[in-house]
Design a protein around this ligand. Structure first.
Ligand SMILES: Nc1ncnc2c1ncn2[C@@H]1O[C@H](COP(=O)(O)OP(=O)(O)OP(=O)(O)O)[C@@H](O)[C@H]1O
Ligand SMILES: [Mg+2]
Length: 458
């Protein structure tokens, strides 16, 4: 037994028992009252009956006859005159009956009345009915009934009630045991599962449950376990990639520093090595900056400050900014933005997105190709396309290019450069703008990155 089933079971039992006792008590009381009333009115009816016979033909024979009628059986009859002197009685009087006979009789209605109904502690219940033949001959017909029989009936009734109470009690306890088990077993399983989770064991097995709240809870725990497992794996992978990525430039730095330290080196060579060291350190610091950004986005401590921006203005100034780099490599850059579109973006972050995409386009393009930026309205959204005629991305790599550290060119040679963080930052930033990014690419022909974001209309 565990705490929750004890608690549930206990309260359920208490409430149900109270209800049972309450119900049985009132039922019992009602049955007893009805039974006694029945007995009393039968007694009174019998008295009235005797009175009718007596009034019809009042004679010693009739009196005899009446007393004979009650000779056997549970009832006794006593006929008295107006002063309660006994004229005839069906059995020998006992003191209790005598006492009842001496009760003061005032205003007895013609149909009689009950004069003793305390069945529980008196030996008899009793009724009296007045009769009158003429002015002189008046009197009363007393009826008595021994309470033994009533008491016996009630005792029997009590037995039945006790048996019923015990049986329902047992059923109640069984039902409670069953219900608490049904209710609490899944809860306890889930508790164990979450304990396992908190200890870092993500292999949670919970049986399938119904479509009720418990089922939902168990489902949520399963999802949570999977998420945690995924996160843990992702973190391990991420750490492995980071250390790997850091090692490459560091190897260069260390190697070239070692060479540059040699005494018999001509200045030109030394400068060259120092230049490489500088570049690699630069790369390292860029990478660390990127990682830092990603961590910030992940922690949600990344504030994006969205304002309404006229998209074409934004692109024109961006165009001016990147054009020299494109010119230098001999790649043509085109901007098509005619519509007057307003979007709600954080201009600094959005520039970061586009610089990343344009950098990629430039990096993976050969001279004498064209890269174009176009802005269009489409179905209430704004569609921004960055299209290059570069190397393209192999089909099997496309699903992964937004992952951290993913690069098509796996060798980390010094010239092919990047760390593979650019697009993962782009994706996170776009998502924090509630936008969407997808890519279409054909190896050898080029790639198109398509951003869609909500247009601001007010
Ligand atoms: N326009 C493109 N044309 C061809 N391949 C691309 C293009 N953009 C991205 N890729 C491929 O996707 C990979 C991931 O791009 P991402 O921008 O994340 O990394 P990176 O450019 O290698 O490094 P970083 O941007 O961090 O300096 C790239 O290594 C490249 O193989
Ligand atoms: Mg890049």
């Amino acid at each position: 037994m565990n705490k929750i089933s004890l608690k549930l079971g206990f309260w359920f039992l208490v409430v149900m028992l109270l209800m049972e006792v309450f119900l049985l008590y009132f039922l019992h009381k009602n049955i007893v009252i009805t039974q006694i009333e029945k007995e009393l009115s039968a007694l009174q009816a019998r008295g009235n009956n005797h009175r009718d016979v007596l009034e019809e033909s009042y004679s010693p024979e009739t009196l005899q006859h009446i007393s004979l009628m009650e000779l056997s059986g549970e009832m006794d009859v006593i006929v008295t005159d107006n002063n309660q002197n006994i004229i005839i009685s069906s059995s020998k009087l006992d003191p209790v009956e005598e006492k009842i006979l001496s009760y003061d009789l005032k205003n007895v209605p013609r149909n009689g009345k009950v004069i003793e109904q305390r069945w529980r502690d008196k030996k008899y219940i009793s009724t009296v009915t007045p009769y009158s033949i003429n002015a002189n001959e008046k009197g009363y017909v007393y009826m008595f009934q021994n309470t033994n029989q009533v008491q016996e009936i009630i005792t029997n009734l009590n037995h039945h009630f006790i048996v019923a109470a015990v049986i329902t009690g047992i059923f109640l306890i069984l039902t409670i045991l069953f219900l608490t088990k049904v209710l609490t077993t899944p809860l306890i399983r889930m508790k164990k599962a979450t304990e396992k989770l908190s200890k870092g064991d993500f292999s949670v097995h919970l049986p399938k449950m119904g479509k009720d709240e418990l089922g939902d809870l168990s489902q949520s725990i399963k999802i949570l376990a999977n998420d945690l497992k995924y996160l843990k794996e992702e973190r391990n992978e991420f750490l492995a990639s980071i250390s790997h990525e850091l090692r490459t430039p560091l190897t260069y730095i260390k190697g070239y520093a070692d060479v540059a330290r040699r005494k018999n080196l001509i200045d030109k060579e030394r400068d060259q090595y120092l230049e490489i060291i500088y570049e690699e350190s630069e790369k390292l610091s860029v990478m660390i900056k990127d990682l830092f950004n990603l961590a910030k986005i992940d922690r949600n401590s990344f504030v994006i400050d969205r304002i309404n921006v006229q998209l074409c203005f934004f692109f024109h100034s961006l165009y001016e900014k990147v054009l020299p780099a494109f010119k230098e490599k001999g790649v043509e850059l085109e901007l098509i933005c005619k519509e007057n579109v307003i979007v709600r973006i954080d201009p600094i972050r959005f520039e970061q997105i586009l610089l990343n995409l344009l950098n990629n386009a430039l990096k993976y393009s050969e001279p004498h190709t064209t890269t174009s930026i176009s802005v269009k309205r489409e179905k209430g959204k704004v569609r921004i396309e960055i299209k290059d005629e570069g190397s393209g991305i192999p089909k099997e790599d496309v699903p992964f290019i937004f992952e951290r550290f993913y690069r098509v060119e796996k060798s980390r040679s010094r010239d092919s450069g990047g760390t593979g963080l650019g697009l993962s930052i782009v994706k996170e930033l776009i998502e924090s703008h509630e936008g969407n990014i997808e890519v279409k690419s054909e190896p050898g022909k080029g790639s198109t990155f398509i951003i869609s974001i909500e247009e601001e209309t007010e």
